[in-house]
Write a protein that binds this ligand. Structure first.
Ligand SMILES: Nc1ncnc2c1ncn2[C@@H]1O[C@H](COP(=O)(O)OP(=O)(O)OP(=O)(O)O)[C@@H](O)[C@H]1O
Ligand SMILES: [Mg+2]
Length: 190
């Protein structure tokens, strides 16, 4: 999504709050090419976002650790939109409840995005029903399980750069568009 923003002429930055540092690793594989990626200690998140702003960053993405940590609460408090990625599997569906509670505590606008959905079968529909059943919002764009994401990551690329005409690229672009529209709904946010 950060790359999608860059490709539109925007300036994106990613704050990597996850000690595992996947976004930072991706940026290394990318030889530091934009978007900007910074490893951020959760208590310093507000300051990092200010730094991004002073560098004319027009879209900041915050990647949190997988569990509902204190960092996740800090991120939810500062975010205009919270996306909770979830695979259509029982363990993932069981885990999102805690993340959604953190988002609710922060009074954040949150929605669950189904990721790595198998190309065939009804898993996505069943998962979406389960999520709606617990009163959560489901993003109307799902990301399929696509090998392009795996190859792209290793090369420090996005799916759009690795295979611009592929399905993975189209799905990410659609998700980005949806999220961008949410952020600018009513024009009250920058
Ligand atoms: N839609 C997808 N299709 C195929 N592979 C995917 C997809 N999404 C993620 N992956 C792969 O799964 C692995 C983990 O992905 P990712 O780091 O995005 O997960 P994560 O949810 O952030 O993990 P964690 O919760 O541990 O931070 C990566 O190798 C990534 O390429
Ligand atoms: Mg992660």
């Amino acid at each position: 999504m950060a790359v999608a923003h860059q490709q539109e002429g925007g300036r994106a930055a990613i704050a990597d709050l996850d000690p595992q540092g996947s976004a930072v690793a991706w940026h290394h594989f990318r030889d530091g090419e934009p978007p900007l990626v910074a490893a951020v200690h959760p208590p310093r998140l507000g300051r990092s976002l200010q730094t991004f702003r002073s560098r004319d960053v027009s879209l900041a993405l915050i990647d949190t650790a997988p569990h509902a940590s204190a960092g996740a609460l800090a991120a939810c408090r500062l975010a205009d939109l919270v996306l909770v990625p979830c695979r259509p599997s029982t363990p993932d569906l069981a885990a999102i409840g805690a993340s959604l509670e953190v988002a609710a505590l922060a009074r954040a606008d949150a929605a669950v995005v189904l990721n790595a959905v198998p190309p065939r079968g009804s898993l996505a529909v069943e998962a979406a029903d389960a999520i709606t059943g617990i009163g959560a919002r489901v993003v109307p764009v799902t990301l399929g399980a696509r090998i392009a994401h795996v190859h792209a990551f290793t090369l420090g690329r996005s799916a759009q750069e690795y295979a611009p005409h592929g399905k993975a690229a189209a799905e990410v672009q659609t998700l980005y568009r949806w999220a961008f529209t949410q952020l600018h709904k009513g024009g009250e946010r920058e």
